[in-house]
Write a protein that binds this ligand. Structure first.
Ligand SMILES: NC(=O)C1=CN([C@@H]2O[C@H](COP(=O)(O)OP(=O)(O)OC[C@H]3O[C@@H](n4cnc5c(N)ncnc54)[C@H](OP(=O)(O)O)[C@@H]3O)[C@@H](O)[C@H]2O)C=CC1
Ligand SMILES: Nc1nc(=O)c2c([nH]1)NC[C@@H]1CN(c3ccc(C(=O)N[C@@H](CCC(=O)O)C(=O)O)cc3)C=[N+]21
Length: 299
């Protein structure tokens, strides 16, 4: 078996295509779609992600507002804000940035977001729709990964896919999307014995474990497509630190195609969030139009 250098599955061009579509579809709506970004506390990564999301929203012609709540926010304060955003017809989408400070329970907050405005796709109504193969809003990172694969012409139908990580945000919903796209799916996690034996089965290996360089070259089937979701900050000599993925850099010598970190899945997550905001606004608009027809209930 000759070894080469994996094809790079770059995020920014695929994200640009998704953002173009979001911009085009937003422009067809009578009102500018609006994204409400809810952040509690000052976790530096969350501050930076939310800022990035708001900036990109403006670039595609969406309006957004960052609701920055103090660390002292109570569960009741948070739920009251979500209720207010649910009731506001000008708000198309609501995102509650995770993780929340330790004194707040994320589950009630995610349940409180109206499913039609749940652009993170984390409400049980949307996760249920995903697992049943029904329409609904899909979680941004998993949906962004599917768009990235499609953009680069990576087949999913009929392939052996292994997902490492089972979080509600990434691994679980990704397994559902891969299944809906007719992959044969294995979901591995922290209690999986001999992880390498499982990952070596994969033609498509997607890693979302949050462990820097967990996946070493020997754990990859030669020629496989590897998607690295991990964002790990590692210290550098200049003290600034840098981002690295869950996949060891040596994987490029074994894999057939590989996503970089940064510049792979991250930009897709943000682009998909804005696409989801446009989809939510479109459906809310359709709903309004149909509800204007007296006596007719078509949806
Ligand atoms: N690029 C992007 O847009 C995004 C990137 N991320 C990044 O992706 C990574 C994962 O995020 P998230 O899913 O939220 O993380 P979580 O910490 O919520 O979940 C991690 C998952 O990985 C599993 N895991 C951890 N260590 C191992 C191991 N040694 N072997 C096998 N499985 C393991 C855990 O297993 P168990 O369940 O058994 O504990 C768990 O299911 C992080 O680095 C995060 O920063 C997240 C969201 C978006
Ligand atoms: N409710 C909720 N929804 C989320 O979607 C969500 C969340 N909470 N909490 C945290 C994770 C993480 N996340 C990322 C978004 C963008 C990049 C991103 O743009 N990354 C760039 C690099 C950014 C940098 O340089 O710092 C890249 O990979 O190229 C990464 C990670 C969304 N998340």
């Amino acid at each position: 078996m000759t070894q080469g250098t994996a094809r790079v599955l770059s995020g920014p061009p695929a994200a640009a295509a998704l953002l173009d579509e979001a911009r085009r579809r937003a422009g067809r709506l009578p009102a500018v779609p609006h994204l409400a970004l809810v952040r509690v506390g000052e976790d530096p990564a969350s501050v930076s992600y939310v800022r990035g999301k708001a900036k990109k929203a403006a670039e595609v012609g969406l309006s957004s507002h960052v609701h920055a709540l103090p660390d002292t926010t109570t569960q009741a304060d948070l739920l009251a804000l979500i209720d207010q955003l649910n009731a506001d017809p000008a708000v198309s989408g609501i995102l509650v940035q995770l993780p929340l400070p330790a004194h707040l329970d994320p589950a009630p907050a995610l349940l409180a977001v109206h499913p039609a405005k749940d652009v993170d796709g984390l409400h049980p109504a949307n996760t249920g729709a995903l697992w049943n193969g029904h329409p609904g809003l899909r979680p941004c990172t998993p949906a962004g990964i599917m768009a990235l694969l499609a953009h680069h012409g990576v087949p999913v139908r009929g392939v052996r896919a292994v997902v490492v990580g089972r979080s509600a945000l990434v691994g679980r919903p990704l397994a559902g999307l891969l299944l809906n796209a007719d992959a044969t799916v294995t979901l591995a996690h922290g209690a999986t014995p001999d992880l390498g034996q499982v990952t070596r089965e994969a033609d498509l290996l997607i890693v979302a474990a949050g462990q820097a360089h967990l996946i070493t070259p020997d754990m990859i089937k030669p020629g496989a497509t590897v998607v690295d979701v991990g964002i790990n900050r590692v210290p550098t000599e200049d003290g600034k630190g840098r981002l690295t993925g869950d996949v060891h850099p040596g994987a490029a010598q074994v894999a057939g195609a590989l996503t970089p970190v940064p510049g792979g899945v991250g930009p897709m997550t943000v682009a998909q969030l804005l696409m989801n905001t446009v989809i939510a606004a479109e459906r809310q608009h359709d709903q309004l139009l149909t509800s204007e027809v007296p006596g007719e209930h078509v949806r």
